[in-house]
Design a protein around this ligand. Structure first.
Ligand code: UD1
Length: 423
């Protein structure tokens, strides 16, 4: 088991280049199953989750060629040889579920078990299934969590999502792209990753309008063809480096970033007193110009404050003047980093879905902490960069699921992080 040893690093200074978005590339890779033609995906981040998705595509019979010098993956699924997603892969990653929509669209059948991934709450899949059922899929579940989907014929429908689920919107969009007739998804998720997937599907010949709003209209087409697509930059990696600049009172230029995708993070950092500027090459964040102060945040579906930035921002709020509050509304169990930050002296109190962060009255001190999920892991590293002394962050495989070249990128900014392999 590997761990990170993180030490107080002083201000991070310099430039960092953001990788392609994990949450965009995973559904896009799944969507390549919708055609037998070759698809080329560019700006792919080299991540454990991407490896898992490639293994799933190969298990379905696709030919997957990875060229990591170019950050490109080619997929050619000329024949689907299996519609059963192996459990060993599904249990590693919740996003495995993305292949359900494409497999139903391409072959009319799929077998999958309940997905794994980060332990951030219950994470049901009822909305995915509700949508796929409305398109004409018969769903059968057994007691072991195995789910069979059979669709002799997919036909367009009006689908209202009770919550704007990102994954459900994507799965439904992929199946509906090849259903007969029109599908309308109401209360759809509006995340940039949805727009990126729709843009890829449209390049494949789909007819999708309204992605990025709460109503997506999909006119089904008979067949999709191959396409080439460059993935958008990762807005959560962008946000993580923005917070890293602020928490270390540093000065970092974050290249390959789209300010419009991280507006709530920009707004909240500025409320705290950080300077955030949209420069020609990227977003520049300075935490060294003035004393930083408390704010309140509430996570919401896009364009609200992203739940995937909640833990990192909370780590930052432990270092500013005054009490802040952090409310989590997207997931019901996403405060597992609180216990770990408290081991470092943060003294955060949780009441139901709200955490109260007392700020910098007591400075953070290094401790042995455990990563409980991907973004919580990033938060602990950020806290370790600021804390006095040495922080040991274990279970870092979570972090490596979603951040490309994590240590290298931080080290280039002056961070003292080393990765050690434990016996
Ligand atoms: C995606 C992201 C994840 C991010 C999350 C919210 C990927 C691979 N992952 O996850 O990083 O934290 O969006 O921005 O893109 N829900 C249901 N029923 C469902 C589906 C979801 O009740 O069928 C609930 C979930 O339990 C959760 C909320 O909806 O409380 C949001 O989940 P969802 O938007 O689906 O997140 P994911 O797609 O899993």
């Amino acid at each position: 088991m590997a761990k990170f040893i993180v030490e107080n690093s002083g201000p991070l200074v310099g430039e960092v280049e953001v990788s392609g978005a994990k949450n965009a590339v995973l559904p896009i890779l799944a969507a390549t199953l919708l055609t037998g033609d070759k698809c080329e995906i560019y700006d792919v981040p080299r991540l454990r989750d991407v490896d898992v998705m490639c293994s799933i595509l190969r298990a379905m019979g696709a030919k997957v060629t990875e060229n990591w010098d170019e950050h490109t993956i080619c997929v050619e699924a000329s024949e689907i040889t299996s519609s059963e997603v192996p459990y060993e892969l599904v249990k590693k990653m919740r996003a495995s579920f993305f292949v359900m929509g494409p497999l139903l669209g391409r072959t009319g059948k799929t077998t999958i078990t309940m997905p794994g991934g980060c332990s951030i709450g219950n994470r049901p899949i009822d909305l995915h299934l509700k949508g796929l059922k409305k398109l004409g899929t018969r769903i059968m579940m057994d007691q072991n969590g195995s789910i069979d989907g059979i669709a002799d014929h997919l036909s367009g429908s009006l689908i209202y999502l009770d919550f704007p689920s990102v994954g459900a919107t994507e799965n439904i969009m992929m199946a509906a792209a090849v259903a007969e007739g029109q599908t309308v998804i109401e209360n759809a998720a509006e995340e940039p990753e949805i727009v990126d997937l729709a843009s890829f599907l449209n390049k494949m010949g789909a007819d999708i309008k309204g992605a990025g709003t709460d109503t997506i209209r999909i006119k089904g087409v008979k067949e999709l063809h191959g396409a080439k697509h460059a993935v958008i930059p990762d807005r959560i990696e962008t946000g993580t480096f923005m917070v890293a600049a602020a928490i270390t009172r540093g000065d970092v230029l974050i290249k390959n970033s789209i300010p419009g995708h991280v507006m709530p993070v920009i707004a909240k950092l500025m409320e705290c007193g950080a300077a955030v500027n949209d420069e020609v090459d990227g977003i520049r964040v300075r935490g060294d110009l003035t004393d930083l102060v408390a704010t309140n945040i509430k996570t919401l579906p896009y364009p609200g404050f992203p739940t995937d930035m909640q833990a990192q921002f909370m780590a930052f709020l432990t270092t500013v003047e005054g009490e802040s509050s952090v409310m989590e509304t997207v997931f019901e169990n996403r405060f597992m980093h609180v216990a770990e930050l408290n081991r470092m002296g943060a003294n955060i109190r949780v009441e139901d879905r709200k955490a109260f962060v007392p700020g910098n009255k007591r400075p953070l001190v290094g401790a042995q902490v455990v990563t409980t999920d991907l973004r919580a892991g990033a938060a602990l590293v950020l806290a370790g960069l600021y804390a006095k002394g040495r922080t040991e962050v274990s279970e870092i495989y979570h972090i490596e699921r979603g951040y490309e070249n994590f240590v290298e990128k931080f080290t280039a900014l002056g961070a003292k992080i080393i990765r050690v392999d434990e016996e």
